[in-house]
Write a protein that binds this ligand. Structure first.
Ligand SMILES: C[S@@+](CC[C@H](N)C(=O)[O-])C[C@H]1O[C@@H](n2cnc3c(N)ncnc32)[C@H](O)[C@@H]1O
Length: 208
C-alpha cells in the first residue's frame, strides 16, 4: 500500500470500522424542548465532540412540522451515536429504528438508547441491506464523505422503505451539493425545501 510504505497513517473516516482506534468516551449534553439528553461519543464517530449543527437543525424542523405522530415508525439512516432518532423518539413518543455501518457508533447508540430511555432499536446495515420494514418517515444526515454513490443510494432507495404517504427528511449543506442532490431526487420524488440556515438545507421528499 502506497500510503503505508510512505510511513503515513491510512486515512480514517467517521464511517470506517477500526477497533484499534483509541477509545476516549465523552459525554455530550443537549437540551431541546426543556428536555435534557445525554449522548456518549468517542473517537472515530461523526460529531464526536459536539452535536452537529446540521443534524440539530434537521431535528428542530422535523419536530416543528410533526407535533403529533404518535404510533409512527421512523428509520434514522446513518444514525451515528443516535442523536436524531433518539431525540425524535423521546419528544414525539415514537418507535425509531437506527442503522449505521460504523460498529463503534452503533455500540454508542445502543448505550444512548438505554441512557435516554427511548423506544428505539439500533442495528448494523450498509444502506438498506438489513432493512425489511416500511416506515412512515426516513430521516438522515447523509454521509457526504462516503461519496456520492452512497449518498444517492441512501436517498433514492429510501422510497422502497417508505409507506405510500411516507416522507424522507434530510439535511445537506449548500457546499456539499444540496442543490444538485435536489435535482437528482426530483426525478423520483416531489421535493420541498423546508428551511435553510447557515448554508444547511432541510428537505422533505415525498413519493409521487
Ligand atoms: C453525517 S453522519 C450523521 C451521524 C448522525 N446521524 C448524527 O446526526 O450525528 C453520517 C453517518 O452515516 C454513516 N454511514 C456511512 N456510510 C454508510 C452506509 N453505507 N450505510 C449506513 N450508514 C453509513 C456514518 O458512519 C455516519 O455515522
Amino acid at each position: 500500500m502506497y500510503i503505508l510504505e510512505k510511513g503515513l497513517l491510512p486515512l480514517e473516516h467517521y464511517f470506517t470500522n477500526n477497533a484499534n482506534l483509541k477509545s476516549e468516551i465523552r459525554e455530550l449534553i443537549y437540551t431541546i424542548a426543556n428536555t435534557e439528553f445525554k449522548f456518549l461519543s468517542d473517537n472515530g464517530v461523526f460529531a464526536k465532540n459536539k452535536i452537529d449543527y446540521g443534524s440539530a437543525f434537521l431535528v428542530s424542523q422535523f419536530l416543528k412540522q410533526h407535533l403529533d405522530i404518535t404510533g409512527s415508525h421512523i428509520l434514522d439512516v446513518g444514525c451515528g451515536y443516535g442523536f436524531i432518532g433518539i431525540v425524535i423518539s423521546k419528544l414525539r413518543k415514537t418507535k425509531v429504528d437506527l442503522i449505521d455501518v460504523n460498529k463503534r457508533a452503533l455500540h454508542l447508540c445502543e448505550r444512548n438508547i438505554k441512557i435516554n430511555k427511548v423506544d428505539c432499536q439500533a442495528y448494523i446495515s450498509d444502506c438498506y441491506e438489513n432493512v425489511d420494514n416500511k416506515y412512515d418517515y426516513i430521516i438522515t444526515n447523509p454521509p457526504i464523505r462516503a461519496g456520492k454513490v452512497v449518498v444517492e443510494k441512501i436517498l433514492l432507495e429510501a422510497k422502497n422503505y417508505l409507506q405510500d404517504q411516507g416522507e424522507l427528511w434530510f439535511v445537506i449543506h449548500k457546499d456539499q451539493g444540496a442543490k444538485s442532490m435536489q435535482k437528482i431526487l426530483e426525478k423520483q420524488y416531489s421535493v420541498e425545501i423546508i428551511a435553510k440556515s447557515k448554508g444547511f438545507f432541510v428537505f422533505c421528499a415525498k413519493i409521487y
